[in-house]
Ligand binder design. Sequence first.
Ligand SMILES: Nc1ncnc2c1ncn2[C@@H]1O[C@H](COP(=O)(O)OP(=O)(O)OP(=O)(O)O)[C@@H](O)[C@H]1O
Length: 228
Amino acid sequence: MMAANVLELKAVERRFIQGTKTLTILDGADFALQSGEMVALVAPSGTGKSTLLHIAGLLEHPDAGDVIVNGRPCNGLSDDSRTAIRRGEIGFVYQFHHLLPEFTALENVMMPQLISGLDRKEARDRAAQLLDYMKIGERVHHRPAELSGGEQQRVAIARAVANAPLVLLADEPTGNLDPVTASYVFEALEALVRQSGLAALIATHNESLAARMDRRVTLEGGKVVAMA
Ligand SMILES: Nc1ncnc2c1ncn2[C@@H]1O[C@H](COP(=O)(O)OP(=O)(O)OP(=O)(O)O)[C@@H](O)[C@H]1O
């Protein structure tokens, strides 16, 4: 049996008006991500990787086409329903960690779970477990500014998966790190994805990390195409 598609993009279009020009960034982009799969999105700067991830993560609407999360077409849904799907099914990791500076690592990972209605004890236990898994165990009570760049990113990854999403979308998650730290953070991310059966679409400029994923796609003429 084929694995289920947890995320699909169907004929997605996205244009931006810049001055008098219209930039066509996505032009009939189709893509499908199966559960348990790790896919690298590798494309030159400015071709639309972030745009595609934002649309896939229901942070932006496409101009045409649809995003289907776990079999559910999302474009026609209300903002509240899209937000509920985003919070429950999708985790996002950015190049810069975007952790809340006044909260500890543990509290940062608890936050999305508390917003989803989990009680403090459950949220704390799961956060501690995830941080342990990401090898932050000893530093859970540190604030982001007291953590290294690699540690901050590992906390951001733990936070992204705190609500046990189906899909993890990451926009250059190691882009801000030196190669050794990038590789270490990626290893932790990979282990987490493999262990949880999560599906991940990861934009990266790092060829050696891309080579470790199940497949690689790029953007050409506004479409998603397979890479060798
Ligand atoms: N809100 C916006 N308004 C106008 N133009 C935009 C907007 N967002 C993105 N663009 C343009 O769309 C193009 C694609 O941007 P995007 O950020 O998706 O590229 P990217 O492939 O992620 O680039 P990078 O690798 O540099 O992050 C760029 O030319 C950008 O200037």
